[in-house]
Design a protein around this ligand. Sequence first.
Ligand code: PLP
Length: 393
Amino acid sequence: NNHLSERINNMATSATLAMAAKARELRGQGKDIIGLSLGEPDFNIPDFIKEAAKKAIDENYSSYSPVDGYVDLKQAISNKFKRDNNLEYGLNQIVVSTGAKQSLANIAMVMLNKGDEVILPAPYWVSYSDIVKLAEGVPVEVPTSIASDFKMTPEQLEAAITPKTKMMWFSSPCNPSGSVYNEKELKGLVEVLKKHPGIFVVSDEIYEHINFRGGHVSIAGIDGMYDRTITVNGVSKAFAMTGWRIGYLGGPDWVAKACTKFQGQNTSGANAIAQRATITALEAPISKIQFMIDEFHKRRDLILDLLGEIKGFNLNVPEGAFYVFPDISSFFGKTMKGKKINNASDFALYLLEFANVATVTGEAFGNPNCIRISYAASEAELREAISRIKAAL
Ligand code: PLP
């Protein structure tokens, strides 16, 4: 549409949201679709967090909130960074936003000039590249594969750096691959970054607690990285609070100040009730959400077992988040039920049509050989979905 801006015309629709919409449409036609496309815990928000939100309503938290978040929420975030990550972020270094997605968008808008390059180890979270492009930055994808457990090596990082490199963005545990960088691997990347002091890092740690190996490492805590890292986190995944839309960042004070300025002209402070409830969530001991982590761990093992029985699925062992990211390129070039499978998008559409299971093409995450399957679904649904996929193939 030429009445619309180039900005929006050039933007890709979120593939995960598009797949969810397609699944909803098919359900509307009476089809029994199992949705394994969304990155959303299938648990309810724990009751103690709901109670905090109800109390906030009764206490009339109804006015505009401070743009960068309530002071006591920022204090709770600061304590959380210290408790979980051994990171010292003062209140002037923290900004609360409407989801980690907004934290990321704020960072891009305040850090990037036209043409600045942002290194994205691929596969990466679906929105990174479009957020970067919206800020007129240039995403530079660094492809990885199962051979390196979908992790970028120091050599690959070095090779991707140019005089225009401004930032590197990554998530660990990773959406979509579930890969977790250990300390040694991060230190390897840091050795390269040390030679290029102008490059900043966005460390998206929103899956930090959904880690089956334990021992989450924040790159900001590695020697030399604190002043050049922005640590992004939120309550969507760990506390099943996706719809309540609270995310936050910790970073250099000048970044926080700029993000606050930008947010102040854009959306203002995040939802007041959700912020109050987030204080309670972040102050709770991790033991309160351990049941979710244990359940995801069990399901990870189950889905790996089940998918392992399907010929042509090549899998890594994801150590965190709640996704598997099988390489299904062995199906490319085949024709099944009259449908030629040319790429991962064809494959995902094939599964939707003939297995009634919604997944997401890896192309959206910068990896054209894979599909992403979310196992944030009940064991019964997972068993049924995988048996349908097996039958359809
Ligand atoms: N970062 C990653 C890696 C994600 O997977 C997601 C959600 O899918 C987000 C950020 C966005 O989280 P929020 O709901 O806080 O905006």
